[in-house]
Design a protein around this ligand. Structure first.
Ligand SMILES: Nc1ncnc2c1ncn2[C@@H]1O[C@H](COP(=O)(O)OP(=O)(O)OP(=O)(O)O)[C@@H](O)[C@H]1O
Ligand SMILES: [Mg+2]
Length: 502
């Protein structure tokens, strides 16, 4: 008779149920795994054999066949070890076959029968909960699985604990839901940035409405410093956002200490990042930086230094909020609704526009450098600010600016106004173009201001909608007036970098 254990395969953020079928038949002794296993899955027979040996159980000298059904789906990862081992134990009548069919199982085995942590336990637990199944996962992932709600979870540290529990000799306690703490770098306070009031205001608006931000300025003016203060003024996560983010980090295996993420992601990949690292995909499909930054911030420092193809690949996810990765045999999608914050120098030498320091190639060097960014990418940057060098007076002045805590309080107030009004869309940056007339109506004078600017500056339809969204956030920061006033629109317009520095 065939023993059957349920497990799962991951397709991007989607889950496909997989049955592990084990049959022990007479014939030449052999141990085969079929059903498109990748190298890690094929190697699992050695781990399973050693783990069972550690328990004093040796595999029968018969023909052992493990089938991973459906057979035409690639099986990747090390989480098949535990279901294969349990399937064998059920086929050998060590464990009850019928009872084992009601569990969704995932976990990696060590040679001494320990059960190691694997990626993707949270989505697996949610899948099990929706199908009324129980879950068996590694002990280290129990805190993550417990967030899936009211399902029965077994999180043993090794195979012996699991077998004892199923046989009723030693009961396992249900794991407690945990909140993970990322080892985050200490976040500098905005008060330590002297001067730069325009850039600070732009940062506040971007944090409040989730808008994309580009900072342009000479070396040492404080762009990277300002961006590093951003995590300190990002609003806390709602529980729905925390769950969505944790699902992606669970798939990537980056969930902290096996618990739910509680801080908004802030990802700052180096400019040498490859396209699969940023967008996702690669040999083993994994969420990229843009998905790990879902509901948070992706900070790209020295923007023009990124490979051109990599930057262009950001255009589609910036509009759709999804990373669609095409592979030869399947398409996978990951959510990627992130806020892009970027910093750059105006030219290669960095001092374009400063007569005392600019190089002999100006203004040509500025044009060449800025040409590395395409028009469509710049069109998606809602707020574009110049960050000029700070004067000696400002730097040596003792008075420091507002602290991050003050700014954060305003950002949270503005977010509350947005979520109460925008309902489904959430923050202003996610408002659809169709809903703008209802959610972000303009005073007549603000309308005139905007249409004049669009006519004279030949702004795109996208820029038109993005300007309204930024103006809506400015109004929300000012108390949430129902109609957008001309002052709000004028400030939003001042953040489109209308001046050409070439
Ligand atoms: N406005 C400021 N207030 C206080 N310190 C500042 C300010 N601007 C720059 N500094 C100091 O200069 C250092 C360098 O700043 P930062 O790295 O942010 O410059 P940058 O604009 O990113 O330069 P680059 O274009 O070379 O990357 C900071 O670590 C900080 O010590
Ligand atoms: Mg910098």
């Amino acid at each position: 008779m065939v023993a059957r254990i349920q497990t799962i395969a991951f397709h991007g953020a989607d889950i496909q149920p997989v049955d592990v079928e084990v049959q022990i038949s007479n014939g030449m002794p052999a141990f085969n795994i079929v059903g498109l296993p990748d190298k890690a899955v094929a190697e699992s027979k050695e781990r399973v054999r050693s783990a069972l040996h550690a328990l004093g159980i040796s595999l029968p000298a018969k023909r052992l066949t493990v089938n991973l059904a459906p057979a035409d789906v690639n099986k990747e990862g090390s989480h098949y070890d535990l279901p294969i081992a349990l399937g064998l134990l059920a086929a050998m009548d060590v464990l009850p076959k019928d009872e084992m069919e009601s569990y969704v199982v995932l976990g990696e085995l060590s040679l001494d029968a320990g059960i190691r942590a694997v990626a993707g336990v949270l989505p697996a637990a949610i899948h099990a909960a929706t199908n009324d199944n129980a879950l068996i996962c590694p002990y280290a992932c129990g805190g993550e699985a417990a967030w899936a709600g009211d399902i029965s979870i077994l999180a043993p540290a090794n195979l012996i604990q699991l077998i004892n529990h199923i046989k009723g000799t030693q009961m396992l306690a249900r794991p407690e839901a945990q909140v993970g703490h990322l080892d985050q770098k200490p976040v500098p306070d905005l008060a330590s940035v002297k001067g730069q009031e325009t850039a600070k205001r732009a940062l506040e608006i971007a944090a409040a409405g989730g808008h994309n931000l580009l900072m342009i300025g000479p070396p040492g003016s404080g762009k990277s410093m300002l961006a590093s203060c951003l995590p300190g003024i990002l609003p806390p996560l709602s529980s729905r956002e925390a769950l969505e983010i944790s699902m992606i980090h669970s798939l990537a295996g980056t969930l902290p200490e096996g618990g739910l993420m509680k801080t908004r992601p802030y990802r700052d990949p180096h400019h040498s990042a490859s396209l699969p690292a940023l967008i996702g995909g690669g040999n083993k499909v994994r969420p990229g930086e843009i998905s790990l930054a879902h509901h948070g911030v992706l900070f790209l420092d020295e923007l023009p230094e990124f490979a051109r193809g990599t930057l262009e690949a950001l255009r589609q996810p910036l509009e759709t909020g999804q990373a669609l990765i095409a592979r030869a045999n399947a398409h996978v999608t990951y959510p990627a609704r992130f806020q892009l914050v970027a910093a750059m120098n105006p030219c290669r030498c960095g001092y374009l526009g400063d007569p005392a320091q600019e190089c002999t190639k100006a203004p040509r060097c500025g044009a060449d450098y800025q040409d590395k960014l395409s028009g469509p990418l710049l069109d998606r940057m809602d707020i574009q600010v110049d960050v000029p060098p700070v004067s000696v007076n400002e730097l040596s002045g003792i008075s420091s600016g507002e602290s991050s805590a003050h700014v954060l309080a305003r950002v949270i107030r503005a977010r509350d106004i947005q979520t109460a009004r925008n309902k489904q869309a959430g923050i202003n940056a996610h408002l659809s173009a169709e809903s703008l007339t209802e959610m972000a109506p303009l005073e007549d004078k603000a309308k005139d201001l905007l249409s004049n600017a669009v006519d004279r500056l030949h702004l795109s339809a996208r820029a038109y909608h993005r300007l309204i969204r930024v103006a809506r956030t400015i109004a929300d920061l000012g108390g949430g007036a129902p109609l957008i006033a001309p002052a709000h629109m004028a400030e939003a317009l001042s953040y489109r970098r209308l001046r050409d520095t070439r």
